[in-house]
Design a protein around this ligand. Structure first.
Ligand code: RTP
Length: 148
């Protein structure tokens, strides 16, 4: 089963959207295998966003992400990376479809409420960065009412 790293950014936490965002993944059928509320250090965020270090918005992005607690999560299930991004919506909320998290709750790209891994390989790296202690396993396995 595929795993993806999903994060509720400081704006999403401060706006009280934690339950709403978790609920969308749960109701879709994905399984929560790791969760923590944490205020990340700038060094940690610079590692997470290393690919964007050359971008003009990098400093503002790090300031925003270090401004308060985030909810770091790992969700597991079929095609979790791609479907996770679909649930979040497009990076720029103005381009996000209604019914997606960003399409329902955000306007500005610099306050887009959530993050989701963009590929299986980056998901693995992000999960290792945010959860070096590892993730949970469920003893009962896959739910036959979710998967054929
Ligand atoms: P994310 O990692 O948050 O899911 O976003 P993404 O892959 O869809 O987008 P990426 O290009 O990796 O950008 C990461 C985050 O940087 C902020 N951003 N600001 N001001 C700007 O022009 C700008 N562009 C990107 C967003 O918060 C974006 O989610």
């Amino acid at each position: 089963m595929e795993q993806t790293y999903i994060m509720i950014k400081p704006d999403g936490v401060q706006r009280g959207l934690v339950g709403e965002i978790i609920g969308r993944f749960e109701k879709r059928g994905y399984q929560l295998v790791a969760l923590k509320l944490t205020t990340p250090s700038r060094e940690h965020l610079e590692k997470h966003y290393a690919d964007l270090a050359g971008k003009g918005f990098f400093k503002g992005l790090i300031n925003y992400m270090a401004s308060g607690p985030v909810v770091a999560m790992v969700w597991e299930g079929k095609d979790a990376v791609k479907t996770g991004r679909t649930i979040l919506g497009a990076t720029n909320p103005l381009a996000s479809a209604p019914g997606t998290i960003r399409g329902d709750y955000a306007i500005d790209v610099g306050r887009n409420v959530c993050h989701g891994s963009d590929a299986v390989e980056s998901a693995q790296k992000e999960i290792a960065l945010w959860f070096p202690e590892g993730v949970q396993q469920y003893s009962k396995g896959i739910n036959s009412w979710i998967y054929e």
